[in-house]
Design a protein around this ligand. Structure first.
Ligand code: FAD
Length: 692
């Protein structure tokens, strides 16, 4: 049987936006400045209509280096701004960063050859450009692409460029964007300076790949442009000013609200990555039966909002940093006494944007807007060295910043965040010489975390379920274990909902009531992101699902949906779920629920389990899949949909390999041929992944 027409239409639509996850945990949504509108509405001058001609823009603003970013999660954007800062402080380049989406490219052939364009490009999904790079890529890809000065053999002979790509080697189309853009620009006659860099998130070396690439790149660029390196001095991009006369109670002061509507308590849809819905949690409970690990089930009530979802979508949860980490940060930077001080933050550069609404307080910025708990970038350590409390500490910071091996030896196993690192290196000294602007520039915006929705929209359209395992790991030589930002916040919410007046999971406390108590009664800011991970439109189609651990989340929704369809009398196809965990008595989540679904689905549904710690030899889902080779092959030839959810680094890869083996053996074809079949299944969306 072929895919039916409706499926093809649906899949066609899905393919347009096809997603895979190239970075662990953070992919999501365009990283536009969510607060620009709020800032404008907040009294900042609205910007005049902007030119889309970047050459003109550079001319007007006296720039000789433009750094374009193609970014989905903010990392490429962050690298672009770091390059801009470094180019300016070390080489006196007049830099600006630019969102690819905000410019046209037909004037690319007019950029004077004494200027330079830098491209920092993430690859998204199946080798695709990020949302903001689509038009740029289409433009330079076009046959006979036309530029303003006509079309010769080498229309871009004038253009000098530099390129760095962000990719993930666990995906087939590794760094396709930077490779393609580099190839196309060269073909159009442009000249690349230095090597095209490639960062690999799959190997976990993105940051080091970037650092290793940029130094020789700067050398090459300096030689090419005749730049002289100077002593790098920190130049702030943001000006911070005290707002005397305002307090955290003043109605115009943001104390954590994401935008002006939220400040004024008039928030309304559309709810999205710039504007969350403050959703009530209807219910929450623990799924594990052990003391030392937690996995929580939560139900978000979206009935009071314009939000909607379909089975297989993702929900984004906007976390709040733990009070202890906020305190540590403010203490070590010497801001503890000023935490409630109201400040304004203004961009000193017309091309820079303040990443949160102001006026606000130090406390609110650190608690609600900055990713203060994330891994520390070595480059940022170098930047901060200049502001060390004394010379000895400065020397240590410089060594950490400049010596990769030393940095990893000292900090790698410690899971330090920035404040912990400063505390450790500073030996009790306060780092009160660091300008606060350096943190706004050097730390990422606090990112919403994504969760695969674990309910069916057919069964409960107004309630979204989440299945989240709480991140915590013991760190050698550290008193307290590492605690994940969002999941421990969710755990505290669960504890509060279940009767704990002052929840403090593992000693961590949170401002659960939110800014101006708006989250009271157990509310959390969320938005929904539609995904392409979808059931076949015809329930009669067989499906095979591989979901160990929390990878089972979307499949709880899938099976819930098919059980309901069966109850409604639909002809439901074979529904085969492979689930794995450590022990049947510990972390076998939703065991009872699956038994209920089985009652509705009968023999159509089978749950195949792999418990890795019950036998001397570890058994994983891919082993069970192999044991079921004959049936799996048979179902696939009936065009069963094949789904994988969970760990991107190992499991998803191994499942892919095992599936190719099953096909090779089952159909008597070579492994190469079988791999091609799997590839085609992916291209046709018969094989779908939701991995992180
Ligand atoms: P974080 O604080 O973000 O930490 C996460 C990890 O980052 C840590 O374990 C550690 O490895 C590293 N890290 C963080 N800080 C440091 C540091 N200072 N030093 C060194 N390393 C550090 N999760 C689920 O449980 N269920 C789901 O259904 C689910 N679905 C997802 C769907 C998608 C599409 C994606 C992208 C992710 C999904 N996740 C899911 C993962 C989820 O988004 C979060 O990443 C996860 O819950 C951890 O969030 P956290 O804020 O608690 O941890």
């Amino acid at each position: 049987a072929e895919l039916d027409t409706l499926d093809i239409v649906v899949l066609g639509v899905i393919l347009l936006g096809s997603i895979a996850y190239f970075t662990k945990g953070s992919l999501w949504g365009k990283q536009k400045d969510p607060y620009a509108a709020a800032n404008n509405a907040n009294g900042m001058a609205a910007r005049p209509a902007r030119t889309r001609n970047f050459v003109e823009k550079m001319d007007e603003s006296g720039k000789n280096c433009i750094i374009f970013f193609g970014s989905q999660t903010g990392t490429a954007e962050d690298y672009a701004s770091r390059l801009a800062k470094e180019g300016k402080s070390r080489f006196g380049l007049e830099t600006m960063i630019a969102d690819l989406e905000e410019y046209d490219f037909d004037a690319m052939d007019t950029l004077p050859s004494d200027k330079v364009a830098i491209f920092v490009l993430a690859t998204y999904g199946e080798g695709e450009p990020t949302d903001n790079a689509v038009e740029f890529f289409e433009y330079i890809k076009e046959d006979g692409v036309s530029f303003s000065q006509g079309n010769e053999d080498a229309p871009l002979d004038n253009l000098n460029y530099v390129a760095f790509g962000l990719g993930n080697n666990t995906y087939e189309h590794y760094n396709t964007m930077v490779r393609e853009v580099d190839r196309l620009l060269t073909k159009l006659g442009a000249h690349r300076i230095g090597a095209a860099g490639e960062g690999d998130d799959g190997a976990g070396t993105m940051e080091e790949d970037f650092l290793a690439w940029k130094d020789p790149m700067w050398t090459a660029l300096a030689a090419h442009m005749g730049l002289e390196e100077r002593e790098a001095v920190y130049e702030p991009i943001f000006a911070i000013s005290d707002r005397e006369g305002l307090t955290a109670e003043s109605p115009e002061v943001y104390v954590g609200e994401p935008n002006k509507m939220h400040l004024q308590n008039t928030a309304k849809g559309p709810f999205n990555a710039h504007n969350p819905y403050i959703a009530p949690i209807a219910e929450s409970y623990e799924l594990f039966k052990v003391k030392d690990r937690n996995c929580i089930h939560l139900e978000f009530d979206i009935s009071g909002s314009t939000l909607s979802y379909t089975t297989g979508d993702h929900i984004a949860i906007w976390p709040t940093n733990a009070g202890e980490e906020v305190d540590r940060f403010l203490r070590v930077t010497g801001l503890a006494d000023k935490r409630g001080q109201v400040i304004s933050v203004k961009a000193l550069e017309p091309t820079a944007k303040v990443p949160f609404p102001t006026p606000t307080t130090f406390d609110a910025i650190v608690r609600y807007h900055l990713e203060i708990c994330a891994p520390v970038s070595r480059q940022f350590v170098s930047t901060l060295a200049a502001f060390a409390p004394n010379e000895a500490i400065q020397a240590e910071m410089n060594r950490l910043g400049n010596d990769k091996d030393y940095f990893h030896e000292k900090t790698g196993s410690q899971l330090f965040n920035i404040a912990r690192l400063l505390e450790h290196v500073g030996n009790g000294e306060t780092w009160n010489k660091i300008p606060f602007s350096a943190f706004i520039e050097g730390l990422n915006k606090l990112q919403p975390r994504y969760y695969s929705i674990s309910s069916s929209s057919h069964v409960q359209p107004k309630k979204i379920s989440v299945t989240a395992v709480v991140e915590s790991s013991v760190v050698m030589g550290r008193k307290d274990p590492f605690r994940g930002v969002a999941t421990n916040y969710l755990l505290a919410l669960k504890q509060k909902q279940n009767g704990d007046a002052n929840p403090s999971p593992f000693g961590m406390t949170y401002e659960l009531h939110g800014p101006r108590n708006r989250y009271d009664g157990i509310h959390v800011p969320v938005h929904v992101r539609h995904s392409n991970f979808k059931l076949p439109s015809d329930p009669a189609k067989p499906i095979i699902m591989i979901g160990p651990g929390t990878g089972v989340a979307p499949f709880r929704g899938f099976v819930q949906e098919r059980a309901q369809q069966a109850r409604e009398g639909a002809n439901v196809g074979r529904t085969l779920l492979f689930f794995g965990c450590r022990k049947s008595t510990e972390d076998f989540m939703y065991e009872d629920e699956f038994a209920e679904y089985k009652k509705a689905l009968g023999d159509k549904f089978e749950l195949v389990t792999a418990f890795s710690r019950e036998t001397s030899k570890k058994v994983y889902v891919q082993h069970r899949l192999k044991e079921r080779a004959a049936e799996v092959n048979e179902l696939l030839s009936q065009k069963a949909f094949f789904y994988v959810c969970g760990d991107a680094a190992n499991m998803a890869r191994e499942v892919n390999t095992v599936l190719a083996q099953i096909i090779a053996e089952g159909r008597g074809v070579s492994e190469a041929k079988a791999e091609e079949i799997v590839k085609n299944m992916r291209a046709a969306n018969q094989y779908q992944e939701d991995v992180w």
